[in-house]
Ligand binder design. Structure first.
Ligand code: ADP
Length: 344
């Protein structure tokens, strides 16, 4: 449905998007994720026609979009900097695009009612947008973007302004809504929780390039390289000497997962990730001696910061019940299934 073929976007001489190729299938929800400045918004703006493309092609439903102005592209936008119209009521905001496309008044009214019901604000047509909560405003913005039935819906940090609990609830609702409508979505976010919860596929960007593209499970379980692993918040990443199913690390010898990982089957000097769930914590006197330096509450789990007798500090995720206290001495072993050889 959407094809980006070797797309480059520059500001002056500097490429913000540097030769990116990316396909989004019909009905697919793709989240573009990456640190601030990696080129996510620029990519979205280029697809929307708000930013000229310096090289490559953007095709939507087989049509080359070169020279097609933004309002003729058949894409719906929900961007952070596109506020609701404060002087129009909710209905006036949602019907704006419909009226622009020449929809008759009665048909527009019906469609607005349908969309407001869809986003959980039935009958809100006459409410003033100034009297809405942040979450309600986001819903109205979403209804407005969906109103002209765009081929592609593009969201830029759609829930960025909202507080955490509301965001977590809305992201679940959005996913259900897109599934029900069969909407094709390209969303941009710097929040990995949001990206992983929303998307069928996650694209991680770094400096204008795609660092990894895969299902949320693939990316989470097998980050492509050290950059992606660290961006996802994994701290136990070290250089190691890998030989077959074993690796020599600063923490001693560990077994490595046999297959599936980007660097699987590799040997030699590699980056190695040990997921915190793969750091087994037992009584002192067995395995690698560590001191517990800190504990972070994570609901049912506790994240332990460990100072090992040798090598850099380690993070371990353990059950809340029976978790050791700061200052305790513990013995640590490693679960091979949670040890991943990363790509270079
Ligand atoms: P992200 O959305 O991932 O935060 P952006 O696409 O906004 O990244 O920015 C990518 C790069 O392009 C950054 O280095 C940013 O400073 C630069 N950039 C973005 N917008 C402009 C602009 N209007 N003029 C010049 N440089 C820009």
């Amino acid at each position: 449905m959407l094809v980006l073929d070797d797309v480059t976007v520059r500001y002056g001489d500097r490429p913000a998007v540097d030769g990116i190729s990316l396909d989004v299938a019909d009905h697919e929800v793709v989240s573009v994720l990456g640190p601030s400045g990696s080129g996510k918004s620029t990519l979205l703006r280029a697809v929307a026609g708000l930013q000229p493309v310096a090289g490559g092609r953007v095709l939507l439903g087989g049509r080359d979009l070169a020279g097609v102005p933004a309002h003729r592209r058949g894409v719906g936008l929900m961007f952070q900097d596109q506020q609701l119209f404060p002087h129009r009521d909710v209905g006036g905001n949602v019907s704006f695009g419909l009226r622009m496309h020449g929809a008759p008044r009665a048909a527009a009214r019906e469609r607005v009612a349908e969309l407001l019901a869809l986003v959980g604000l039935p009958g809100a047509e006459r409410r003033s947008v100034g009297a809405l909560s942040g979450g309600e405003q986001q819903r109205v913005a979403l209804a407005r973007a969906l109103a002209p039935s765009p081929q592609l819906l593009m969201l830029d940090e759609p829930l960025g302004q909202l507080d955490r609990s509301l965001r977590e609830r809305l992201v679940v609702e959005l996913r259900q809504l897109f599934g029900r409508l069969g909407t094709t979505v390209l969303a941009v976010t710097h929040d990995q929780g949001e990206a992983f919860a929303l998307a069928d596929r996650v694209v991680v960007m770094r400096d204008g390039h795609v660092a990894q593209s895969g299902t949320p499970v693939e990316v989470w379980e097998r980050p492509a390289d050290e950059f992606v692993a660290r961006f996802l918040g994994f701290a136990n990443v070290v250089r190691a000497t890998v030989r077959g199913a074993e690796a020599e690390t600063p923490w001693g010898r560990v077994g490595v997962a046999a297959s599936g990982a980007p660097g699987a089957g590799a040997s030699g000097e590699r980056s190695l990730l040990i997921r915190p769930a793969g750091v087994r914590v037992g009584p002192a006197g067995s395995g690698l001696e560590c001191t517990v330096e800190g504990r972070t509450f994570r609901g049912e789990q506790v994240l332990l910061a460990l100072r090992p007798e040798r090598g850099p500090s380690l993070e371990a995720s353990v059950a809340l019940r029976g978790a050791p206290q700061a200052g305790d001495r513990v013995g640590v072993g490693f679960e091979a299934s949670e040890v991943v050889v990363l790509g270079e």
